[in-house]
Design a binder for this molecule. Structure first.
Ligand code: PMP
Ligand code: GLU
Length: 395
């Protein structure tokens, strides 16, 4: 069959986050007592005020094709949000609303990259960046980091990765999977390098912006000199517990926004009308309205970080945001646990699934082959039990 399918699809890797989540679901259906820490998905319900806006939209007959780039009043609300939270100045013609931040990222790759263009990816990076870039003809250039440097790149590393073919850099802060948050000072140091290369564009994926325990947040696009070179990506999936509603958006230089709209107009049209109305309520809300969820994630972070430090051979950073821990488990590579040889993080993840009934995601998927990603967006009870099982399985 593979010779019938396109080379494009044959060369595309399966999303390992979704694959592990599907495997965990399947095992659960077979009656296994699996705890899934694989998928990055809040365990909260969408807040009532957002659900009410969607119900109202149905009654108000928001049932026809919406504008391809999003309703004007939603784009205006997004501009206000960008100013309020990020000190970013956009007008509605610079905003494109899409079917999830994933489509926003895909649009960007499709409209920005030519065959052979290089895209710098500080590793670990979110799993889909790599494949989306490849799918669009780009060449991902990984810049490795480690737990010792809190998984952040330095200006010197960025400088060394730039070649005449570098077109873009993509990163997330808070980072999925490491939870690292770049401070204003750290971003300013990267900007000093980028300013020497005005043809390089940055994708700043800020989807975990509100799930940040540092007390401050800086968007790279708000740093002087970056306003015309940054595409800021955001969405409602994580902070508003709206993963299934499928809305993401960008703020970008107008010519890029227009190009994304043109692309989207041929492949999906405007994003779901009811979900757009719900998103308007979400982005207009004061962030204090979702604080109860952020506080819960913060508490779980403390719990998980504390418990995981007790597992021998797990080296981890204290993640400042998002809802993942990303331990370096390379101490186990080359060892045999209960008759299973652990060569790499993928073996380790499969071992934990089989022996501990805990689903995690291999760091390989994120460009950090020494690590394992665990999502703590689940109840404290489940987290305590999962970590106990992992500890037992490696002892
Ligand atoms: N970027 C990052 C860093 C993510 O973790 C995710 C996870 N879903 C996305 C983008 C995609 O978000 P969406 O669900 O809005 O497509
Ligand atoms: N972003 C989430 C994750 O990293 C959801 C899964 C996905 O979209 O790949 O787990």
């Amino acid at each position: 069959m593979n010779n019938i399918l396109s080379e494009r699809i044959n060369n595309l890797a399966v999303s390992q986050t979704l694959a592990m989540a599907a495997l965990a679901r399947e095992l659960k259906q077979q009656g296994k007592d699996i705890i899934s820490l694989s998928l990055g998905e809040p365990d909260f319900n969408t807040p009532d005020f957002i659900k009410e806006a969607a119900k109202q939209a149905i009654d108000d007959n928001y049932s026809t094709y919406p504008p391809v780039d999003g309703y004007l009043d939603l784009k205006e609300a997004i501009c206000t949000k960008f100013k309020r939270d990020n000190n970013l100045n956009f007008t509605p013609n610079q905003i494109v609303v899409s079917t999830g931040a994933k489509q926003s990222l895909y649009n960007i790759a499709q409209v920005m990259l030519n065959e052979g263009d290089e895209v710098i990816l500080p590793a670990p990076f979110w799993v889909s960046y790599f494949e989306i870039i490849k799918l669009s003809g780009g060449i991902p250039v990984e810049v490795p980091t480690s737990v010792e440097t809190n998984f952040k790149i330095t200006a010197a590393q960025l400088e060394a990765a730039i070649t005449p073919k570098t077109k873009m850099m993509w990163f997330s802060s808070p980072c999925n999977p490491s939870g690292s948050v770049y401070s204003k000072e750290e971003l300013t140091a990267l900007v000093a390098v980028l300013k020497k290369h005005p043809n390089i564009y940055v994708v700043s994926d800020e989807i975990y912006e509100h799930i940040n325990y540092t007390g401050s947040y800086c968007s790279i696009g708000s740093i002087e000199g970056m306003e015309n070179n940054t595409i800021t990506v955001n969405g409602v999936a994580k902070a508003f517990a709206m993963t299934g509603w499928r809305i993401g958006y960008i703020g970008a230089p107008e010519f890029i926004a227009k190009a994304c709209t043109k692309m989207q107009g041929q492949v999906t049209s405007g994003a779901n009308s009811i979900a757009q109305r719900a998103t308007k309520a979400a982005v207009e809300a004061d962030p204090s309205q979702i604080k109860y969820m952020v506080d819960a994630f913060h508490k779980r972070r403390d719990l998980v970080f504390g418990l995981m430090q007790e597992i021998p051979g797990f080296k981890l950073n204290n993640p400042d945001g998002a809802f993942y821990v990303f331990p370096d488990v390379s101490d186990y590579f080359g060892k045999t646990l209960r008759g299973t040889e652990i060569k790499d993080a993928t073996d380790f993840a499969m071992y934990l699934l089989a022996e501990a009934n805990v689903a995690t995601v291999t760091g390989d998927a994120f460009g950090s082959p020494n690590c394992l990603r665990l999502s703590y967006a689940t109840s404290e009870e489940q987290l305590i039990e999962a970590i106990k099982r992992i500890k037992d399985a490696v002892s």
